[in-house]
Design a protein around this ligand. Structure first.
Ligand SMILES: [Zn+2]
Ligand SMILES: [Zn+2]
Length: 105
């Protein structure tokens, strides 16, 4: 036999349970993140005045094949944008050989 007291307790239980379920579902389901994360290129790595830097300022990607390839991999072309060194190192690459003709002036 169901008394009013039992019925009331059942009602409270159901209310608590459903409110808990709602709370759980709202906290368990965070904001939807269905926007695909586009590969972000670190434009700060662009060499100032470089081809990519100029293109970026013009609002378009650099057209250099090497830069396009790097951009596809969400990278910055290392060929055109060498990593900035701490110290201003002098030209480490060997200068063009067989060009030691003295400047004639
Ligand atoms: Zn470039
Ligand atoms: Zn490049």
């Amino acid at each position: 036999m169901v008394t009013m007291n039992q019925l009331f307790r059942l009602l409270v239980l159901v209310t608590v349970c459903s409110s808990l379920a709602i709370a759980a579902s709202t906290t368990a389901a965070p904001a939807k993140k269905d926007a695909p994360a586009a590969p972000a290129v670190d434009t700060s790595k662009y060499k100032t005045g470089g081809c990519c830097d100029k293109a970026e300022k013009a609002g378009k990607p650099c057209a250099h094949p090497c830069c396009v390839k790097a951009a596809k991999e969400a990278k910055v072309c290392e060929k055109c944008n060498p990593a900035a060194k701490e110290a201003p190192a002098p030209a480490k690459e060997a200068p063009a050989p067989a060009k030691d003709a003295p400047a004639t002036k």
